[in-house]
Design a binder for this molecule. Sequence first.
Ligand code: DP6
Length: 361
Amino acid sequence: MTEKDFIPKKINTSNLKKGSFSWRSPSNIALIKYWGKSEPQIPKNSSISFTLNNCHTTTILEFSKKENPSKEFSIKVVFEGETKDSFKPKIVKFFERIEKYVPFITKYDFVIKTKNSFPHSSGIASSASGMSALALCLMSIQKELNPEISDEYFNQKASFLARLGSGSAARSVEGDLVVWGQHDDIKASSDLYGIKFPFKVHKKFKNYQDTILLVDKGEKQVSSTIGHNLMIDHPFAKKRFKQADKNISKLSEILQNGNLTAFVNLIESEALTLHAMMMTSNPYYILMKPNTLKIIEKIWKYRRDNKSDICFTLDAGANVHVLFPEREKEKINTFITSELILFCQNNHYICDYVGFGARQL
Ligand code: DP6
């Protein structure tokens, strides 16, 4: 598939006056991180993520034919019941990027009603779940206009569009483990959209647990988009992209053979490398907080003392994702509630596990 395959040949909107579609789309946590991109939203290295089951965005997209045709986008955003004009610029930018692929978007007035299952100010990025939910709603309109499109094309194009809203959103359409970015060892992988991890995954990864410790619920001081751009002249960028490429191959093996010791080592190394890139860019910055480090030390001690397979990963913020196999759930939950939540803002944490992609409501 190339970018041209996503430009529709004919779209006739005359029979579709109004309607509404609703999708629920998950957030995801990257195991091998996407950090660095080129225009338009092409990742510098491929990434793999776990889809999260409990952290998701639900979006209802209402549309009605414009009374007075214009080239402007007509968008109203309602977030958790309240009109949110502050969300509009990001969505207008998204619409500008995708208009070529869904040209019908200038023909309608849109009301986007959206809500998250997790608190807005939790430090959990809602761009992956939010942009993918919106992309899926738009694809439902396209399907109404072109009923012949296949389910495979529907999902690919939803991911393709979501990517143009936020890179990591490409990994929030379908599948429990998703690969985005072309990689020689992952058949059918693409820079343009995410695909389901194509190999059989070892049973040790079934219902893999992810407890998110909310260390800092504030807005990030440096956005991911700025962070990606700081990779452009980064002294270690080339090495990092090569390393990520190798790490995808390593993780692919691990996911198939179930070597949890190797998993722990690789996942933590990826998380710390991501933050090392931030600390060694110019301007340099640190998103971890003292409590992030305290939690990491506690996790390492617990792992040593209990011969556990617990490990952590980080996204571009201070929160810690605690990853562990389902069989350790009971013991680790006790450890988390007795020793880790005191490092969380307002003792706040979210229990999650690997889920299965978006669904239409
Ligand atoms: C550290 O997808 O948020 O979470 O493409 O600019 O919207 P944009 O960035 P975004 O970057 C995510 C970065 C990351 C790693 C990852 O999810 O792979």
